[in-house]
Design a protein around this ligand. Sequence first.
Ligand SMILES: Cc1ncc(COP(=O)(O)O)c(C=O)c1O
Length: 383
Amino acid sequence: MIYFDNSATTKPYDEVIDAFAKVSREYYANPSSLHNFGGKVESLVKQARKQLSKLLDVKEKELYFTSGGTEGNNLAIKGTALQYRSRGNHIITTSVEHPSVYEACEQLKQLGFEITYLPVNENGQLQLTDLESAIKAETILVSVMHVNNEMGAIQSIEEVGKLLSKYPKILFHVDHVQGIGKVPLNIHKAHIDFCTISAHKFHGLKGSGLLYIREGIRISPLFSGGNQENKIRSGTENVGGIVSMAKALRLTDEKRKQYLVEMIKIRDYLHSSLNQLSYIEVHSNLLHSAPHIINFSAIGLKGEVIVHALEAEQIYVSTTSACSSKQKTISRTLQAIGVSDEVAEGAVRISLSFENTLDEAKIFMTKLEKILIKLYEVMGEMK
Ligand SMILES: Cc1ncc(COP(=O)(O)O)c(C=O)c1O
């Protein structure tokens, strides 16, 4: 099996599963319980928070455990909107954000908020001049993703943060879900106020994540309840998920040091091999993209047909993002970079992990070429 769908989710590390199993089996008490069994479990959460804060170079009290990227993005955006509504009702984001940002903004629109979706250039990057001219007195939040989940485009988060630091009343949220562990981001240097992370994208478990909230910033909670996580995120903590997330991030950090060069080699090989095929259009730009994502279209073919043909060879890729791949909508990201709807319908995303090898990439290319030749023959229009 060749698994090239790591932006949809990654395979949990064995150590992560072991940590989850141990915590679930032996430390199942509620961390809020008064007895010392609960206290032991609480100390596991504390320990994980400490490890994660070190890895992210932030303070422990700036981390809020969530159920993943969707919740983190909703909490940052809606929590800011509800808290600072009296200050202003304008939010700026980009036209290529994940649905958990885009749909959260669309929902706020119905509540009277004004949303500006900034355009991006052909590489998927926003222009600082567009951002600056969109800012107005009512702007309370700017939300920009670090790495795009469909084509891998990297935004200049530090530059955005530097610009926004001139506007102390505007908060800055970064969806770092696809960037973490692959593309470094210095939260302080980039003047970030909120940063979303999800464990299952770096070999942790689904259903655990965290939201960084800069010290001193207050947002409105979305869940009412037992006031866990400093009253920002009520609900009994997913202790196994939290402990294993800390483990997953530490292991990912180690793997990155060891395997990043190899990952870039594999990505570059795939990029140049795909580019050599006249009937393929590669949408990801090598110079401006994360090392793990390549998006391409086979002209005239549908992405889903290619995904299913590869699946028959036990090779797993995606059309666009996992959440939208079953909905027959054209990718907003590809539309935003100027790809025609017809070509966008043929889009396929390869996404790598540090476990993938160059040999797998070579097998992938051989199989893909054979599949495409067959499909074009069937269509009777081999180009
Ligand atoms: C950029 C980005 N943000 C947010 C999410 C949502 O994360 P989760 O699946 O943990 O809810 C994803 C998941 O694909 C993503 O790629």
